[in-house]
Design a protein around this ligand. Structure first.
Ligand SMILES: Nc1ncnc2c1ncn2[C@@H]1O[C@H](COP(=O)(O)OP(=O)(O)OP(=O)(O)O)[C@@H](O)[C@H]1O
Ligand SMILES: *[C@@H]1O[C@H](CO)[C@@H](O)[C@H](O)[C@H]1NC(C)=O
Length: 344
């Protein structure tokens, strides 16, 4: 009689079978549990979901409310303190009724065009991956958005180092945020506003500062002041600003091509480019988001191949944000599966 056969060979076999079944079931439950914990990337049940267009609703509000306009902003929004100062906007923590909001005020009339562009993008791109618009008053150069107390994604390491959040400082949290960042790019590149290039991203820090960290450790795109439209197939190319860019964070096609001939930079002669510049930057941004968390090395190992494709010199050979996102998700769930198996 073969001991390796499938047929019961002794009286203890049923016991073994039951134990095995229990173990498998247990494994399946741990697996399902982990999936439900960590695959919370999307879709997110945002408070505003279900609101009609041009309305907002924050977590502690009962009803969807139309975007605030000048009279309400003037009468009901109270500035509490300055929390951010960029080139375009001064950002204040403010209060509307019992709600905290972020009130952005144009810093200088020189940047009016950027401010208006950012506002129109915010209006066009309202969905869970983008900060919620609460209202605006063009006359006073003001716009209000949902306030996120954890601030910009640039604070991630500091926030995760706080005692109450230290248990969240895992490769799971960080890889999920990286996937959400790629998911925002996917939305900007193929969303309702057409193919939008995230221009305000000449360094990893600058890129991270354009996102906010929500209280439940998701990210939302916040600063949409520099999203020109590109469509390479239709001959529509963009340039991110009028100045010469340098360094290896920006894509090679964003560098002045005649530098080695000693020709001085000329905005007019500088060729345009498309959204594939955002793809080039993904590996470096993900690197920043992962920090030096345990398990990070394994994440980098699994992402090595797709990151190599992101760094192709020819932008046409780089994958789309959607393709990168698929790989990130499969690496994420694969690693979750492996780590749940290791727990047994
Ligand atoms: N809704 C918000 N909740 C919390 N903090 C916010 C919010 N909006 C903005 N901030 C803070 O204010 C900073 C500046 O905001 P924002 O990037 O919109 O300004 P900006 O003038 O457009 O900046 P830039 O110089 O990048 O163009 C953010 O990095 C963030 O720290
Ligand atoms: C971007 O990532 C590449 C590859 O990991 C690295 O060589 C380079 O120094 C990084 N650049 C910046 C500006 O961080």
């Amino acid at each position: 009689m073969s001991r390796l056969g499938c047929c019961p060979v002794s009286r203890s076999a049923p016991v073994v079978a039951v134990c095995l079944a229990a173990l498998l079931l247990c494994n399946a439950f741990i697996y399902l549990y982990l999936e439900s914990v960590y695959q919370a990337e999307e879709p997110r049940a945002a408070a505003r979901a279900g609101c009609p267009p041009r309305h907002f609703k924050m977590a502690t509000m009962k009803n969807c409310t139309p975007w605030l306009q000048c009279p309400e902003i003037r009468a009901e929004v109270r500035r509490l303190k300055l929390i951010g100062q960029g080139a375009v906007k001064k950002v204040y923590l403010a209060e509307w009724r019992t709600q905290k909001v972020a009130l952005s005020s144009l810093s200088s009339e020189d940047y009016l065009e950027d401010f208006l562009h950012g506002l129109s993008m915010l209006q066009a791109l309202q969905e869970p991956r983008v900060v919620q618009l609460v209202g605006f008053c063009l006359e006073d150069r003001l716009l209000a958005t949902e306030f996120h107390p954890l601030g910009s994604l640039l604070n991630l390491d500091r926030v995760l180092a706080r005692p109450q959040y230290r248990h969240l400082d895992t490769w799971q949290t960080r890889l999920r945020l990286a996937a959400e960042y790629v998911s925002v790019l996917d939305y900007l590149h193929s969303g309702p506003a057409g193919r939008r290039v995230m221009c305000d991203s000449n360094s990893a820090e600058k890129t991270l500062s354009q996102f906010l960290l929500t209280g439940d450790f998701h990210l939302v795109a916040n600063d949409l002041d520099a999203l020109p439209e590109a469509d390479a197939a239709a001959g529509l190319l963009v340039k991110c600003g009028h100045r010469q860019l340098s360094g290896d964070f920006v894509a090679p096609e964003q560098l002045w091509p005649f530098a080695d001939r000693g020709e001085p930079f000329s905005d007019e002669l500088m060729p345009g480019y498309d959204e594939k510049t955002d793809i080039w930057k993904i590996p470096n941004v993900t690197w920043s988001l992962m920090g030096s968390v345990p398990g990070g090395d394994l994440v980098h190992f699994h992402l090595f191949q797709i990151h190599e494709q992101c760094k192709k010199a020819d932008p046409r050979l780089r994958p789309s944000a959607g393709d990168v996102l698929k790989v990130y998700r499969s690496v994420y769930s694969g690693m979750v599966r492996d780590s749940s198996r290791d727990m047994l």
